[in-house]
Design a protein. Sequence first.
Length: 245
Amino acid sequence: MAGHSKWANIKHRKARQDASRGKVWTKVIREITVAAKDGPDPNDNPRLRLALEKANAANMPKDTIKRAIEKGSGTGETGELEEIVFEGYGPGGVAILVETMTDNRNRTVSDVRHAFSKYGGNLGTDGSVSYLFKKLGIIHLSKNLSEENLIEVVIESGAEDFSTEDDFYEVTTEANVFSNVLDVFKEKKIEYIDAQLTLRADTLVPLDNDMSEKVLNIMEYMDDLDDVQEVHTNAEFPENFEVKE
C-alpha cells in the first residue's frame, strides 16, 4: 500500500493548502451539482451525502450549497457539467487515470493532454488503463482516536482493511458496503476526517526515487487543474521517498 499511502498523504497536505486558498470550494460545488442529478435528497443519494459533508467541512455557505443542488437537480439555473475520465501513462509507464467535471470539454481535453506531454507522459484511449483500477470506499480517521477501539468497530462494520498512515488511520471498504460502514461509524459516534468512493489499482508499479519525483510532478500538476476532481495512479513510491514541500 506504500504507493497509495504516499499519494494519500500528499493529497491531505494539498487539501489543507487548497482549503486555506478557498480553492476546495470549486471542486466541491461541482461534485454537489453532478451528484444532485441523481436526486436532491441526500438520504436517498449517497454521493450527494458525501459531497455535502465535504461542503460543510469546508465551511461553505448554505446558499451556495442550495444553488449547487438546485442546479444539478434541474430545479435552479441551468448550466451543464459533464463528467469525463481521461486515461494515460506517466513517466516510467505508470497508469494515470484523471476524473474531471467540466462545462467546456475542449478546454479540459487540451489541459489534460498538455499535462501528460509536459511531464513525459501520453494520453491513452478509453479503456487503456481503467481496467487496472477498482472502486473502493476510503475513510480517513484522526490518530487521536484509539487504534484498538477503531479496529473493533472496523471489523464489526464489515470494512475490508485498516491501516496506519503518517497523518491518519485509513479504512478501506468494498464500494457496495461503503454507506453501511459510514452508518456504523456514525452510530458509534466516530467522526472521520473525510470519506469517499475512489479508485485504486490492484497491481502496483514500483518506482525508484528519481522516477517517483517525476510521477509526483505530473500527479500534482494534474490535481491543480481547475476541472480535475481526482487523479489516480498505480505507481508504488518507495517508503523512504521524501516529498519536497
